[in-house]
Write a new protein. Sequence first.
Length: 133
Amino acid sequence: MKYSQLLGCIAVVLLCIVCYLPWSFIDEKNIIITGMSAPGTVYGKPGLMHFVLGFLLILFFIISKIWAKRCNVFIAAINLAWSVRNYILLSTCDMGECPHVKPALYLSILLCACILIMTFLPDLKKLEKNIHI
C-alpha cells in the first residue's frame, strides 16, 4: 500500500495526543485518569510506554529496510498489547469502585490496531529498490 507508512506515522501522532485525553473517571474518589496522569492511584503514567514505542515506530516507518519493517511489526504488537493492558487495568472494578471508561481509552486501542495493520502493509516497491542481489 502506497500510503501505509504515512498513515502509520499519523496514527502514532494521534495516539500520543489521545494519551492526554481522559481515559477513565472514578466517581467515588473524583479522579480523572489520563494516559499521562493518574493522581491518587497506583497506575503511574500508563501512556508513557506509548510515547517510547511510538518513537521507535515512527523511526522504523521512515527507514526503508526490510529489517526495520520486521521490527516494526513486533513493536506495534507490543504497543497493542500495552493498550489492551491499559484497558483491562483502567476499566476493572476494584473493591466496589467501578470506573467510567471514556471514549479515548477505546480510541487508543483502535489507533494501536490501526498502527499494527499499517506495519503489515509496507511499500514493497521502495524495499525492492534497496535489495541488491
